[in-house]
Design a protein around this ligand. Structure first.
Ligand code: ZN
Length: 102
């Protein structure tokens, strides 16, 4: 099984197996102490930088801005969903996302 992951439209969409699945302008909650000083950052996702897969876990690096403190920048790898039986299942939008530790 191969999963085709792409960033489309200058970072506006993530495509999984040629379906547009996730778009920017969402608000994600991050537990990412390296990104800003907030305990939980409220990140406006402005641009997808890279998409990858780690096992069944689909991950992205995004450019965004924390609406709590105003910090902006590029995150580490964050989970966006899973591939299960060839189907992409997006993470619940209200979940708290943690950066993968290298
Ligand atoms: Zn912040």
């Amino acid at each position: 099984m191969t999963t085709r992951l792409r960033v489309l439209d200058d970072g506006a969409w993530i495509s999984v197996d040629d379906h547009r699945e996730v778009r920017v302008s969402e608000l994600w909650r991050l537990d990412a102490p390296d990104f800003c000083g907030c305990d939980l950052a409220d990140l406006v996702v402005e641009n997808f930088q890279e998409v990858g897969v780690d096992g069944s876990r689909v991950e992205v690096r995004v450019y965004g801005q924390c609406i709590e403190c105003g910090a902006s920048g590029i995150t580490g790898w964050l989970p966006v969903g899973r591939v299960r039986a060839d189907e992409f299942v997006e993470l619940d939008r209200s979940c708290v996302r943690r950066e993968r530790r290298e």
